[in-house]
Design a protein around this ligand. Structure first.
Ligand code: S6P
Length: 599
């Protein structure tokens, strides 16, 4: 059975630990470093991209080496998870007056929603009260669309937390910030620390504490680092908890939706499953559970050829300016929505490029703010919306990916697959079943698809099947959307070259990237970035003195900001000329290479 099969050794094995050395990109926290394994990912064929992603993901489970870094499977980490699980148990004993709040920004907020809903469903199934709530920066519209600006607001974070937990006597607050960087979460943690009689804060992130962000937050005296330092002190007496193993750099530098998101899901599912169980929370129980995800990772990537085929299909669609649609059922569908929504800030994608749809739409989600359809086309998320708005325009150049499992309504899947097949033969499926499942109907669906990844989970996985197949689907979707954007030329080396610059973290990342690629000074790069944001060749006094918030707000309306700035830096040309160069060579990576060669 492939479940325990180890991945192929890849030729980059020797570089697996490079990122841990003290002199490797020493000024950057782990979550922002570039991964030596993926240096050439932008030039690789699909099969190699999948191998690189596999090797990067496998770093999540590497044991602690001689370095400073705490790892996912470290003894201290497992012990902290046990302690937090016990805290969740206390909440379950007193559901009337107690609450668990999961919160974060961007992907971390989406996963907070995803897990809070999943845990509540599980609690109800076990006859417990549903005690989990979520807060996402930017509210529910941020669940499916890119809303990066609220991430910078610590006061808003604290207010939202206060509101959701009004009247509760005991609150376990789990703030997720993969980079230990989001001011929104810092504000929430600070609020908890100022009200210790009610709130116990738990921070989930993937940098060591000393690498937490030190940049001052405008309008307040906090930094993320100062909050973490206070938490470290309280952690000694279990009045606060830090869950911050290092996972190694992301495959695409800074893209914390990938390993950061996966590890967030793993850690919180391990904690909450242990606390919901009627048996004692044990060290070995937690460790084994963590290891089951490692096996699931190997199992997922044992389908690397099929994943590469999906990646190629999605890449072809994006390359010719067409669309990729994920049509999913249940939580797998929701993961499709999440994956699609991340492409805008990461790759400067249009919301139409990769879209997700889930069976049942908002009824399936049970989100705080209910049906958001009227907010605009990005918020049309049901299969009916797909049938009305997208299907009539589908051609063979658009790729459709069905995401479902044996426990979903397979008749409904077959029906939808037939409708899609009438319009395009470019239809694919990722399907989960368990060893021994009868698969007659699914065979019919396969015949309609030009490729199918079938995950046949062994019986030994059945206890945690739901979480593992979600994890597996997340890995697959991240691979497909990342690979497809690489083929579209949106990645240069292993950097997101066309990222949006819509909050302070992304602004700093963009400025750093310009410095790295152009070799110009920090001030020259920031100047070029501002010129690209405001579309001017000379910065006025007004612009130069505007706040960072104004810059990032303005950047939300601009396109290809970082490529424009880089072309200007490398060639010394005007913004207009840079625009026309990028129009002539719309593949951003190619345009960058041309400029770099001639500079
Ligand atoms: C990352 C994604 C972003 C982040 C968000 C929160 O791939 O595009 O939306 O999730 O910026 O980051 P963090 O470090 O606070 O979890």
């Amino acid at each position: 059975m492939a479940f325990v099969a180890k991945p192929d050794r890849i030729d980059t094995f020797s570089t697996i630990h490079d990122w841990e050395s003290a002199d490797y990109e020493p000024t950057l926290p782990v979550s922002e470093k570039s991964n030596p394994l993926t240096r050439h990912i932008d030039r690789a064929p699909a099969s190699s991209i999948v191998k690189m992603l596999q090797a990067c993901d496998a770093q999540m489970f590497q044991e602690k080496s001689q370095t400073q870094y705490q790892r996912l499977l470290s003894e201290e980490m497992v012990k902290t998870l046990m302690e937090v699980a016990e805290r969740v148990r206390l909440i379950l004993k007193d559901p009337q007056d107690s609450l668990v709040v999961l919160s974060g920004c961007g992907t971390s907020g989406r996963l907070a929603f995803f897990m809070a809903s999943g845990f509540n469903r599980e609690l109800q199934r076990l006859n417990y009260a549903p005690v989990c709530s979520y807060v996402i920066a930017g509210g529910d519209r941020a669940l499916f669309s890119s809303q990066e600006a609220p991430e910078d607001d610590p006061t808003l974070g604290a207010l939202r937390l206060k509101k959701v937990s009004e009247g509760k006597k005991r609150v376990l607050f789990v703030g997720v910030s993969c980079g230990l960087s989001a001011p929104f979460v810092a504000g929430q943690l600070d609020f908890c620390l100022r009200h210790p009689d009610v709130y116990t804060p738990v921070l989930v992130g993937f940098n060591p504490a000393h690498q937490a962000r030190k940049e001052p937050i405008p309008g307040c005296t906090l930094t993320f680092h100062s909050v973490v330092t206070r938490m470290e002190e309280l952690a000694k007496t279990q009045k606060a908890f830090l869950i911050n193993p290092a996972l190694g750099p992301e495959a695409i530098s800074g893209s914390s939706r990938m390993k950061g998101g996966s590890a967030t899901k793993i850690l919180l599912e391990v904690v909450f499953s242990a606390s919901f169980s009627r048996t004692p929370v044990t060290f070995n129980g937690i460790l084994q559970h963590l290891r089951s995800y490692e096996k699931a990772l190997d199992f997922t990537y044992s389908h690397s050829e099929e994943i590469a085929a999906l990646m190629e299909a999605a890449g072809r669609s994006l390359q010719c300016g067409r669309q990729v649609c994920y049509l999913g059922w249940g939580s797998l569908g929701l993961l499709g929505l999440i994956d699609a929504s991340e492409c805008k800030p990461t790759f400067g994608a249009d919301h139409e490029d990769i879209r997700g749809f889930v069976s049942g739409g908002y009824k399936e989600l049970g989100n705080n703010e209910g049906d958001l359809t009227l907010m605009g086309p990005e918020f049309s998320i049901s299969h009916d919306d797909f049938l009305d708005g997208v299907l009539p325009r589908l051609t063979d150049d658009d790729a459709v990916l069905l995401l479902y499992s044996h426990s979903d309504d397979v008749d409904e899947v077959a029906k939808l697959a037939r409708r899609v097949r009438e319009k395009t033969s470019n239809i694919h499926a990722a399907y989960h079943q368990t060893d021994g499942d009868a698969a007659a109907k699914q065979d019919d669906i396969n015949k309609l698809c030009s490729s199918t990844v079938i995950f046949t989970w062994p019986q030994e996985a059945s206890k945690r099947l739901q979480h593992l197949r979600e994890f597996s689907t997340k890995l697959l979707l991240n691979a497909v959307s990342t690979g497809a954007h690489i083929f579209k030329g949106k990645v240069f080396k292993n950097y997101m070259i066309d990222l949006q610059v819509t909050n302070s973290k992304l602004y700093r990342r963009a400025a750093r990237l310009l410095q790295k690629l152009s070799g110009h000074s920090e001030s020259e790069c920031e100047e070029a970035l501002l010129k690209a944001i405001y579309q001017v060749d000379k910065l006025s006094e007004d612009i130069a003195t505007c706040s960072l918030e104004t810059h990032t707000h303005t950047a939300a309306k601009a396109k290809k900001v970082v490529p424009l700035a880089l072309v200007c830096l490398l060639t010394g040309c005007s913004i207009k000329e840079a625009e026309s160069r990028l129009e002539q060579q719309p593949i951003v990576r190619e345009a960058m290479e041309t400029c770099l060669k001639s500079s």
